[in-house]
Write a protein of this length. Structure first.
Length: 292
């Protein structure tokens, strides 16, 4: 954006920003331009076009310029906004946590269905492993008031974000947070858990180097699993049965192309009665569901 003092209307800003972001390699350049300008002005994307000739005040222009510069550096849009939507809930997100993906929303929806319709009625205990922003834990708690959720994460900074989200959505008494690795912090719940949900790191070392620039702004430890990408999933497959009640369920998000390796892990583990892998919106095998 030119540093010259000049006036800009909304449409001119959108056109300039779209071209700028495209040059920086942002695929959703027009959408991001609209979202950032609407956010800056405290309005809707539709209103930008209804009043497209309206001039943008200098102070708003300066704020917008800063946001666009961050997006041009390929910082994730949701970090710039400071929030995301998950299960129709507004969650705070920043560089301390992953930005929740639609695939993770599918996992949370499946967990809610299992807990409310397919597992025996009554109060239930859930463990959310690697909670990050708390999206799964908070989403389950908000939808199912009789469920108690124990959420773990090795990152204290991530747990700070998750606690903020639990409090802002009024489920702070229903979700309990524990710092530590995977299921270790909740070992005292062994044999009592109805459902374990996990969105663990599942990116291999080789694939990590090829990720989009936006992903390199997200916490490395929440993405990178190890040389093969299956290291954390394998540990959870082994540890989950001891935590679950008979008939309990382990739900786990897995990476594209990892389904065959996951099947081999499950077939070698006699603690599970059955398992299946659900596909995501792109028809990629994405959500492992294993029952004890």
């Amino acid at each position: 954006m030119s540093s010259e003092k000049r006036s800009w209307n909304r449409l001119q800003l959108l056109e300039w920003t779209t071209n700028f972001l495209r040059e920086k390699g942002v695929e959703s350049a027009r959408l991001d331009a609209e979202v950032l300008l609407a956010h800056t002005l405290g309005t809707t994307r539709l209103d930008l076009y209804v009043h497209y000739e309206e001039q943008v005040a200098p102070e708003a222009l300066a704020r917008y310029h800063d946001l666009v510069a961050r997006r041009g550096r390929r910082e994730p849009l949701r970090y710039i906004l400071g929030y995301t939507e998950f299960l129709s809930l507004r969650l705070a997100v920043d560089g301390r946590v992953l930005v929740p993906r639609p695939e993770t929303e599918l996992l949370a929806e499946r967990a809610i269905t299992l807990l409310s319709k397919e597992l025996p009625p009554g109060p239930k205990t859930v463990v959310d492993v690697g909670t990050g922003s708390g999206c799964i834990a908070v989403g389950i708690a908000k939808n199912l008031p009789d469920v108690v959720v124990h959420a773990t994460d090795s990152s204290g900074e991530a747990l700070d974000v998750a606690r903020e989200n639990a409090h802002s959505l009024g489920v702070q008494d229903q979700v309990h947070f524990h710092q530590g690795n995977l299921l270790t912090p909740v070992a005292g719940l062994a044999g009592e858990v109805h459902l374990i949900a996990a969105n663990p790191p599942y990116v291999s070392e080789r694939d990590y180097e090829t990720l989009a620039p936006e992903l390199h702004h997200e916490p490395r430890q929440a993405l990178l699993a190890g040389p093969t990408g299956l290291e954390v999933i394998s540990a959870l497959v082994l540890a989950a049965p001891a935590m679950l009640r008979p008939g309990g369920v382990f739900l786990c998000e897995i990476g594209a192309g990892e389904a065959q390796g996951v099947r081999q892990l499950l077939r070698a583990n006699t603690a599970y009665e059955s398992f299946s892998i659900h596909r995501d919106y792109a028809s990629i095998e994405r959500i492992l569901e294993a029952k004890t």
